[in-house]
Design a protein around this ligand. Structure first.
Ligand code: FES
Ligand code: FES
Length: 950
């Protein structure tokens, strides 16, 4: 290694540094100097996360080699743009306008926008968008709209039209901050680059070993041997870790507590023992002094593998004669029956209109910008402590404890500031791996995956294949639904059972269907493994049903908007699961959407050309708020200085649970007369905070709110004196009254588990409802589809925080459009990064994203609220797919609607033919299986066997 001395002017001062000009990048160097506000994401120049200003130009630090930087160059990083006590207008605007969601991209955007505004302090929206497209600035959390709003607001301050005060949040005069854009507390550190994410924490952890993974390089095989002899001789290597070093069962655990389960929930290996089921399985870990040394040594680990044919999807693994992939359970490892109303066979025959189709939804990658990163150490009390991006702190402990061989109470999990997850971080493999590493080496360890490792190792949204049939009468009222669905959960059953159960709930949900017969199954293949993803399970269900609705509307000769309005829930209608609802907002939702739909249809008619065809599509969407009987805890403590601390584990994946916790506490304690800044937060550390449950199922706002209100009620009752005033902290102590109270939200009494023989019941405490409209333009020469506009009308109850609501909304709509048009993880050889997996850059996302609301008070919700996240990602993708059909007559049965598929459909139409779906064989005869399950019902008293194994 040849080192060089350099002097660079960094943030206004000359700094002397030493670097390896051939190997080091500018991002490496500034981060080594402690300027870790410059983050690193893709590391290959695609995302702009690492942007710095080099001699006045926006530069991606991760691909700028030091050898290409001249001595004396002027460099500005985020730390040089503003500080917490002296913010640049861009930093203030990002906070106030909701541009900071997870905040991982914020430094890169601010640095980039600074150069834009230096050159042009009065840009148009289009110029701002073009600038970010040119400079590769990517964001996964905002739909880009709030970022553009922020830049335009900052420009006004820079031009002197507004003051800094004009772009700061102000508490309304009535003191109510619920329902406003109260800025999230963590945003200040994020816009100034002072927030340390996992990789920053790992860099600053004393004595940490760096961990690199050894992957098998095949999708399916038997591991014959591992030869570590060469790797052990590599510089800096401390230990090569294999399954033999694991002290526990070497399995993670996910409950398969269903009588339909053919898997015990312990089928996922931490480190490969002999069977390789996907290319993201980890065979060994290398611990070394530096990341480079660990990675170099990992390449020297020699694996002998007997490669086996890989099943790329469940059509292969469910085919007649397919080999059993997992040694311990069949490929189809669970099937749920849905029976509502009468047997549908006769009803189908007697209905006026019937349509059938077969549909495929792909594995969808989460495409977060921060690749997975974990730190682990054993603390001074002997507790294995893991810092990670988890969305389920306490559940992660339960899922890894036996596998790593450490009792639950000797594991502590802390959520790092998280560069978004959208669900993938519910998977625990990397947390278990890092616990194994720190136990095996006896030293603190840190690991940050490269982006391609992240793609292969972390879970994805499950793929799905379905056959469906839908009928209605001559008035357009739905009469019956039949479908069979098999979800492709990839290599393991982890997270499979909620998916299978969800398959019975979401296909047709939002519409009243009196009679349904269906099967929902889960099966494994050799591509990916399943992890939660926002609106888990439901998008493939909406793929099936919103296709069928459009097809049936056409057959019945009814406008697709009117057809949906007729059939969407009206007062008293029951869901697929046979339960009624607390609110029925669809008539109002459709009333609000109608003028938008009519205007869009009018626009499409006037502006469509034979070459560029414009179309409009509609789809409903919904999701549950909490997924089942749900228990959550939050504690409030009165402090000696009169402030109050909220202790919770409402994991913040970027959605702003810090703001929610603060706002709920402030509002609930209004009688005490506290200011917002007198509410303190202690969050996301199992060593300090109670179990608030996972950040999943759009539950955090609902359950954290309920538990906070309960804790506040208890605290204020304890503080209250007979004269109606409140005790101070000193008075509480003097009177021997505790100062800390645990609030609880428990929904057990308001939910009813599904009957496994019929899937009838009401497993969720609340729901969110919505309808989406998309307008697309299809280029008939190439088949390329451009989304021109997406509009939502949703009912989530009263909104708690506008910035979080819009962040979830715009980003959910953006992900949905990406899912419809581009995003996929179907081929591990190909889908290794952001760009080649279909990431949505700003040029792919319309500026016309808009949300309107209907507000129905939820009887059990905190301040009448429900959740707000997942309604934005369950069904909107189908408004895009239906818009393509409306534009050019091509129905895309197998997502995503890539240009080649649309073009193939256009070519068929040009030949006078109609694109047809292919009917899938899904491993069984649907009616035989349904009849068999009816005649042999499962024993409801049978106890699940989950915890008896391994
Ligand atoms: Fe540098 Fe992505 S462009 S980290
Ligand atoms: Fe942009 Fe999360 S806020 S990636």
């Amino acid at each position: 290694m040849a080192l060089s001395k350099m002097i660079l002017n960094i943030n206004g001062v000359d700094r002397m540094l030493i670097c390896d000009k051939e190997k080091d990048t500018l991002a490496d160097v500034v981060r080594r100097l402690g300027l870790t506000g410059t983050k690193v994401g893709c590391k290959v120049g695609q995302c702009g996360i690492c942007s710095v200003i080099l001699n006045g130009e926006v530069t991606r630090g991760c691909i700028k080699k030091m050898k290409n930087i001249s001595e004396g160059s002027m460099i500005v990083t985020i730390e040089g743009i503003g500080t917490p006590t002296s913010l640049h207008p861009l930093q203030q605007a990002f906070i106030t306008y909701g541009a900071v969601q997870c905040g991982f991209c914020s430094p890169g955007f601010i640095v980039s926008a600074k150069v834009l505004l230096d050159q042009n302090n009065n840009p148009t929206r289009q110029e701002v968008r073009a600038w970010f497209q040119k400079n590769h600035n990517a964001c996964r959390c905002t739909g880009y709209k709030p970022i553009v709003d922020s830049v335009l607001a900052a420009a006004k301050v820079i031009r002197g039209e507004w003051t800094m005060e004009d772009i700061q949040y102000k508490v309304p005069t009535d003191g109510k901050i619920y329902g406003t854009g109260y800025p999230r507390p963590a945003a200040l550190a994020k816009v100034t680059g002072l927030c340390d994410y996992g990789d920053d924490i790992g860099m600053k952890m004393p004595g940490a070993l760096h961990i690199a993974v050894v992957l098998p390089g095949v999708d399916h095989g038997n591991l014959i041997s591992i030869d570590t002899s060469e790797a052990e001789k590599m510089p800096g290597v401390e230990k090569i870790i294999t399954y033999k070093d694991v002290q526990g069962t070497n399995r993670t655990m996910f409950p398969c507590s269903s009588p339909h389960s053919r898997c015990d929930g312990f089928d996922h290996y931490i480190l490969v023992e002999n069977k390789i089921l996907r290319c993201g399985d980890v065979v060994a870990l290398v611990a070394a002094r530096t990341r480079e040394e660990a990675r170099a040594a990992a390449k020297k680990v020699e694996l002998k593998i007997e490669e086996l044919p890989a099943y790329k999807n469940i059509l292969d693994s469910c085919a007649e004669g397919a080999m059993q992939l997992h040694p311990e359970h069949p490929n189809i490892y669970g099937t749920f029956p849905l029976r509502k109303g009468e047997d549908t066979r006769k009803i189908m025959e007697n209905s006026d209109f019937v349509v059938e189709g077969s549909f495929h939804s792909q594995h969808e990658p989460h495409l977060v910008l921060e690749p997975d990163t974990v730190q682990a150490y054993v603390d001074e009390q002997g507790v294995v402590t893991i810092h990670c991006k988890t969305l389920a702190l306490y559940m992660s402990i339960m899922m890894i404890a036996r596998g790593i061989g450490v009792p639950n109470d000797k594991i502590r999990i802390i959520e790092n500031p998280t560069g978004a997850s959208f669900g993938y971080s519910g998977g625990v493999l990397t947390y278990a791996l890092m616990a194994v590493a720190t136990l095996a080496t006896g030293k603190p360890c840190t690991m940050t995956l490269s982006y391609d490792e992240h793609q292969h190792i972390t879970g994805k949204r499950q793929g799905c294949f379905s056959n469906g049939k839908l009928a209605c009468d001559k008035n357009g009222k739905l009469t019956a639904l039949e479908y069979e669905t098999v979800f492709d959960t990839g290599a393991y059953a982890e997270f499979g059972f909620p998916v299978a159960e969800g398959g019975t709930r979401y296909t047709g949900m939002t519409y009243y269907i009196p009679n349904i017969r269906a099967l929902s199954s889960v099966a494994i293949s050799n591509v990916a493994m399943t992890a939660p993803y926002r609106a888990a399970t439901s998008p493939p269900c909406f793929t099936v049903f919103e296709h069928l609705m459009d097809m049936l509307a056409e057959k019945a000769g009814i406008d697709p908007f009117e057809f949906r309005a007729i059939n969407s829930y009206h007062e008293g209608d029951t869901t697929n699961s046979g339960h009624t609802l607390s609110v029925y907002p669809y008539p109002q939702i459709y009333e609000k959407m109608r003028p938008v739909y009519e205007a869009a249809i009018d626009y499409a008619k006037k502006n469509s050309t034979p070459l560029m065809k414009i179309g409009v599509g509609i789809s409903n969407s919904c999701y549950n708020t909490t997924g089942g009987p749900d228990h959550a805890e939050v504690a409030l403590e009165l402090n000696p200085d009169g402030t109050v601390t909220n202790f919770n584990t409402a994991e913040d994946q970027g959605q702003g649970t810090d703001a929610h916790a603060l706002v709920f506490t402030y509002e609930a304690l209004r009688p005490l007369g506290l200011k917002p800044e007198q509410i303190k937060l202690c969050m996301n550390d199992t060593g300090l905070c109670p179990n608030t449950g996972p950040a999943a199922g759009s539950r955090t706002h609902y359950v954290t709110g309920r538990a906070t209100l309960d804790a506040a009620d208890k605290l204020m009752k304890a503080m209250k004196k007979e004269d109606g005033t409140f005790r101070t902290y000193d008075e509480m102590v003097a009177d021997g009254i505790p100062t800390k109270y645990l609030g609880v939200s428990d929904t057990t009494s308001i939910t009813k588990p599904l009957d496994p023989n019929t899937c009838q019941g009401n497993p969720s405490a609340e729901y969110m409802w919505g309808t989406f409209l998309s307008m697309v333009e299809v280029d008939t020469t190439t088949g390329k589809t451009k989304l021109l506009k997406m509009h939502a009308v949703v009912d989530c109850g009263p909104i708690g925080n506008i910035l979080s609501f819009e962040g979830q909304g715009y980003s959910g709509m953006m992900h949905s459009a990406g899912y419809a048009l581009r995003e996929q993880y179907s081929d591990p050889q190909k889908h290794t990064g952001l760009a080649n997996s279909g990431f949505s850059f700003i040029g792919d996302v319309p500026d016309e994203l808009s949300i309107d609301t209907v507000v129905s008070m939820r009887p059990t919700g905190p301040f009448g609220s429900s959740g707000c996240s997942e309604v934005f990602q369950a069904g909107p993708h189908m408004s895009v797919i239906n818009a393509i059909y409306n534009a050019c007559g091509v129905r895309i049965y197998e997502l995503p609607a890539t240009p080649d598929k649309v073009k193939a459909g256009l070519d068929l139409i040009a030949q006078g033919k109609t694109p047809q779906p292919r009917k899938y064989y899904l491993g069984y005869d649907m009616w035989e299986k349904l009849d068999d399950m009816e005649q042999n019902p499962v024993n409801l008293t049978k106890k699940p066997t989950v915890f008896d194994h391994h």
